[in-house]
Design a protein around this ligand. Structure first.
Ligand SMILES: Nc1ncnc2c1ncn2[C@@H]1O[C@H](COP(=O)(O)OP(=O)(O)O)[C@@H](O)[C@H]1O
Ligand SMILES: O=P(O)(O)O[C@H]1O[C@H](CO)[C@@H](O[C@H]2O[C@H](CO)[C@@H](O)[C@H](O)[C@H]2O)[C@H](O)[C@H]1O
Length: 459
């Protein structure tokens, strides 16, 4: 194993799900290793601590070791050791079959790993796996067309909120998420004590799904192609979908409030929330000085929270809600990926908030969908820019209203009745997005910066 571990730093550096600092991996130290299959290939389950210039994280890196080099797996080869050729096991169908087989009742027990299957679930043993394409934070394997195994790459001690909320919603009979079929948790050593955390989640595969971002941006393309028509006049109007998405969101919130704890945020906690938002703004300004001219206007939204006297009802929410986290199937909208903001500590990701926070994030996502073509295809020097920007604003307005109408029709709460909360959460999200884009997609930075400017002048 130690030879294979030596291959990890260079390999990890090139994995898009590796988020460790600018330095990349500086050191790698296994914290748990288990042999899942002692045959050809040999399959190892490995958890490794990775040190980088921003700190230390635990990554899950199942490996398969073949005695012969495999052309088929060349694209996921880490290198060669005395034991054989080492591959990313999640891309190796022989190894992923081994992984799925461990959910079976009669599978050999593996020390430090526990595979759980929910009652009455049919695990598709024998189905080949396919890695879902795209640059995701984790690696998801579709087994046939019935189950999806999401293998968390960066893992934390404790229950992953994705597993926790899928379990709560599935148990409550909520059909607005893919049903939870099972999960894996495991142990590793941290500072000489053993900790436990969620490692993977098995859920139903939604075969007819299109993601919300693809659908919304297709609607915006239609609008842009007809620059002289309003959003409600073009063929690809999205408002009815936005309305239904609002309803689905409200119903999920309602179920979460029924089956998981709720609470209230009193004035002192609202102060603390406003302070946390202000702190994030100050950090963001240090990184992106273009924010500075808008700082006073943005802080005013946080001050409004400090001035509020009524308590705010809080509950578990999605936590990182946007159009990429919703799938439209023939049976309607489904919500996915309840992990929360990945870079936040797990305790923050499991914190209770007003459901208005999810609404605010989805409204930001409508703004992104409407404006992203202004950045990619119609920059300010394009003569059509100003007209299209106007249309984009109309599209956002129309779909935000429709979403809130749908939400209000299915919930006790109309998010527009909480304007201070909505504006504060929208501002906090836009500030987060400024940092996210500055680091990850600088060419998209104008999208949240335009929102920051609008929000700064909105009080
Ligand atoms: N239950 C599902 N059925 C079909 N596709 C899904 C399902 N859940 C997620 N997906 C697809 O997999 C992608 C990644 O899932 P997600 O849970 O968001 O993982 P990650 O955290 O790695 O991004 C989604 O963008 C979606 O396209
Ligand atoms: O996918 P995650 O939940 O980890 O979210 C991160 O990446 C998102 C981009 O994929 C990012 O979302 C931002 O861009 C989206 C369009 O690509 C847009 O729909 C969102 O509204 C916008 O916030 C998200 O902020 C980031 O945490």
């Amino acid at each position: 194993m130690s030879e294979a571990v030596a291959l990890l730093p260079e390999w990890l550096r090139h994995q898009h799900w590796f988020t460790g600092g600018r330095s990349g991996p500086l050191g790698v130290r296994p914290v748990a290793a288990a042999l899942l299959h002692d045959g050809e290939p040999r399959v190892w389950h490995l958890l490794t601590e990775v040190t980088h210039d921003d700190g230390t994280d635990i990554y899950q890196v199942p490996l398969s070791v073949h005695s012969q080099r495999s052309d088929r797996l060349d694209h996921v080869r880490l290198g060669h050791t005395h034991d054989g050729h080492v591959y990313d096991a999640l891309h190796d169908k022989e190894a992923t079959a081994v992984l799925l087989d461990h959910f079976a009742d009669d599978a050999p027990r593996v020390e430090g790993l526990r595979f759980h299957v929910k009652a009455d679930v049919e695990v598709p043993y024998g189905e080949p796996s396919l890695v879902l394409p795209g640059e995701h934070h984790n690696t998801s394997l579709a087994y046939g067309d019935s189950a999806l195994l999401k293998v968390f790459r960066r893992v934390d001690a404790g229950l992953n909120p994705d597993v926790e909320l899928h379990e709560a919603l599935s148990e409550a009979g909520c059909t607005l998420v893919a049903p939870l079929m099972g999960w894996v948790d495991g142990d590793w050593s941290a500072d000489d004590v053993t900790v436990t955390g969620s490692l993977a989640m098995l859920r139903g595969f939604l075969t007819t799904a299109s993601d919300g971002w693809a659908l919304a941006t297709a609607s915006v393309r239609d609008l842009y192609a007809e620059g002289d028509l309003h959003a409600d006049e073009v063929g690809g109007d999205f408002a009815a979908e936005a309305y239904r998405l609002g309803m689905a969101t409200a119903r999920v919130h309602e179920t979460l409030a029924e089956v998981l704890p709720t609470g209230t945020m009193a004035a002192s906690e609202l102060h603390a929330l406003a302070d946390a938002m202000t702190g994030r703004l100050e950090n963001a300004i240090a990184l992106v000085p273009e924010l500075e001219p808008f700082a006073a206007g943005l802080r005013a939204h946080y001050d409004a929270l400090r001035e509020r006297h009524d308590p705010v009802t809080v509950q578990r929410i999605h936590g990182s809600y946007h159009l990429g986290q919703v799938l439209r199937t023939v049976l309607g909208w489904k919500l996915i990926d309840f992990e929360g903001e990945l870079m936040a500590p797990v305790a923050d990701r499991r914190a209770m908030h007003s459901p208005v926070r999810d609404v605010a994030q989805m409204l930001r996502s409508f703004d992104y969908a409407a404006r992203h073509l202004l950045v990619t295809d119609h920059p300010p020097e394009d003569p059509a820019h100003d007209q299209l920007a106007y249309r984009a604003q109309e599209w956002t307005q129309r779909n935000s209203e429709a979403f809130c109408n749908g939400y209000a029709s299915a919930a006790q709460l109309d998010p527009r009745d909480e304007p201070e909360l909505l504006a504060a959460y929208e501002t906090d999200t836009a500030v987060y997005e400024v940092v996210f884009e500055a680091r990850r997609r600088p060419s998209w930075l104008p999208i949240p910066l335009a929102a920051v400017e609008r929000l700064a002048h909105a009080r």
